[in-house]
Write a protein that binds this ligand. Structure first.
Ligand SMILES: Cc1ncc(COP(=O)(O)O)c(C=O)c1O
Length: 379
């Protein structure tokens, strides 16, 4: 089945009780048992819920995996992966990643004796050099948030395999429409469903997708034991969002390209970060592992002054200044004070994140209006 057909149909079946085409919202915490232990496969909604089951099956199908697990947020999904680790284990992760992931790793799990090494992963030699016999997990985010660095997933998978470590890929920026990490050798695909997968900025959720029963069973055990599961209404909203994922992503990519090209030729703009630009250092790897280049674009103004960046952000109108990304509407953000404020300034500078960087989530509005908004704000 092709991607667009899968986005609409995969994992989803008419409701067995009523024939409803759209998955019902099973708003129930518990299920009848005809005799103790005798049930229809559902006993308590933290463990299983039919709306969530259909979403999990749809997510697995889109990533060409076999198991999907849904969570109450992207962070709850990432937290579940961390539960696989024990004190003394090491994680090698990209130095340019979502601030909340950095905070979870360094403030929550490092105190439990898990050691995190942050390395510039676009240089695979740096990854190999960081791996030790204690490395149990390699953590990749590609394209990365917010610098749109590209990491070679197949090469990272080879390093992980050699080290006997798992490879997890945060695929939030790409979605399975653009990139399917399991096919490149990853063990776990991680999502904030809050972004492109839900697509309408109306839900906070996360997911993991695997193609390994034993690993999936272990993660499902933590999902149920720790309880960070989503409610059925949120699962329904993401199921609805997925049905248009391919159409939305196509337009996000088209608009992303036009915005990146516009910014690149603008006399007041300095560096533009978008993996499809010929100037992007890892464009060839992006072209190899992605089907298009996405709708996230970051840039700095010439002079690299934070005050100038803030003035532009205050003037933008269609690109609403707000946290988050991946919805149908365009958003703008200032990572240094918003999404990445939890990363210490020194670490931000080390990974190349300037305090004047502006991050755009390019929506699916008419491109002429988006370019006009950038023009009036940048001048
Ligand atoms: C790349 C990435 N991963 C994970 C997350 C966390 O997801 P959530 O906000 O749904 O918990 C985010 C949130 O912005 C993100 O951008």
């Amino acid at each position: 089945m092709k991607f667009g057909t899968k986005a609409i149909h995969a994992g989803v079946h008419p409701d067995p009780a009523t024939g409803a085409i759209m998955t019902p919202i099973y708003q129930t915490s518990t299920y009848v048992q005809t005799s103790p232990g005798q049930n229809k496969g559902y006993e308590y909604s933290r463990t299983h819920n039919p709306t969530r089951t259909q979403l999990q099956d749809a997510l697995a199908a889109l990533d060409n995996g076999r198991q999907g697990l849904a969570f109450a947020s992207g962070m709850a999904a990432i937290d579940c992966v961390m539960k696989l680790l024990k004190p003394g284990d090491e994680v090698v992760c990209t130095d340019d990643l979502y601030g909340g992931s950095y905070r979870l790793f360094t403030k929550v799990y490092a105190p439990y004796g898990i050691n995190f090494q942050f390395v510039p992963m676009h240089d695979m030699a740096a990854v190999e050099a960081a791996v030790t016999e204690r490395t149990k997990l390699i953590w990749v985010e590609t394209p990365s948030n917010p610098l749109l660095n590209i990491i070679d997933i197949a090469a990272a998978a080879a390093v992980a395999k050699k080290a006997g470590a798992l490879l997890a890929v945060d695929n939030t920026f790409s979605t399975p429409y653009l990139q399917t990490p399991l096919e490149l050798g990853a063990d776990i695909v991680v999502y904030s469903l809050t972004k492109y997968m839900g697509g309408h900025s109306d839900v906070v959720m996360g997911a993991l997708v695997m193609d390994n029963e034993e690993l999936a069973d272990q993660l499902a055990f933590y999902q149920n034991s720790c309880g960070g599961t989503p409610g059925p209404q949120d699962c329904f909203l993401v199921l609805r969002g997925l049905k248009t994922l391919h159409v939305r992503m196509q337009r996000h990519c088209e608009n992303g390209r036009r915005v990146a090209e516009y910014l690149q030729q603008h006399p007041k703009v300095g560096k533009v970060y978008w993996p499809g630009l010929s100037t992007h250092p890892n464009r060839a790897i992006a072209a190899k592992q992605m089907r298009d280049f996405g709708g996230m674009v970051s840039f700095v103004l010439k002079g690299d002054e934070q005050a100038d960046a803030i003035a532009v952000l205050e003037k933008l109108q269609l690109f609403t200044l707000a946290e988050s990304l991946g919805g149908v509407e365009s958003l703008s953000g200032h990572p240094a004070t918003m999404t990445h404020a939890s990363i210490p300034a020194e670490q931000r500078r080390k990974s190349g994140l300037s305090d004047s960087l502006i991050r755009l989530s390019v929506g699916i509005e008419d491109i002429e209006d988006l370019l006009a908004d950038l023009k009036q704000a940048i001048g």
